[in-house]
Design a protein around this ligand. Structure first.
Ligand SMILES: [Mn+2]
Length: 139
């Protein structure tokens, strides 16, 4: 199992490759606000653990294992953003809060949160009912 820090890297690399077709060390460093030397070190570890293949002058590609996990990590991040949006968290808090919690939930909890998000998305009246409760508790 990847550590939280490894998860952040795999997630960012997956998104960079989706967006741009490639992930450079400098782009990863910028996305994660870390020093490029930290990226090189982590990328070497991820290569050793077979999440990706890193060649110094040719860049990096995710292995099948890295792609599978990357896809799940991006899904998890997006799902948690959806959850916080549905329950009415202020937009300015959503990204940082998801970054704080995403590594600390089991896939079991993620799947159940998936059901909850679906429950609200299936019927707009459910979101409105939640908002009504929130207005009451604010009074
Ligand atoms: Mn994330």
């Amino acid at each position: 199992m990847p550590t939280p820090s490894m998860e952040d890297y795999i997630e960012q690399i997956y998104m960079l490759i989706e967006d741009k077709g490639y992930a450079r060390v400098s782009d990863i460093a910028e996305a994660l606000a870390v020093h490029p030397s930290s990226v090189t070190k982590m990328v070497q570890k991820l290569d050793k653990d077979e999440y990706l293949i890193y060649e110094k002058y040719r860049g990096l590609i995710l292995t099948a294992k890295g792609q599978k996990i990357g896809k799940r990590l991006v899904y998890r991040h997006e799902l948690l953003e959806q959850l916080l949006r549905i329950i009415g968290v202020d937009e300015e808090n959503i990204y940082e809060d998801v970054e704080g919690i995403e590594h600390h939930l089991s896939w079991n909890s993620i799947d159940r949160i998936g059901d909850l998000v679906q429950y609200f998305e299936e019927n707009e009246a459910r979101v409105e009912a939640l908002r009504a409760t929130q207005r009451k508790s604010e009074q």
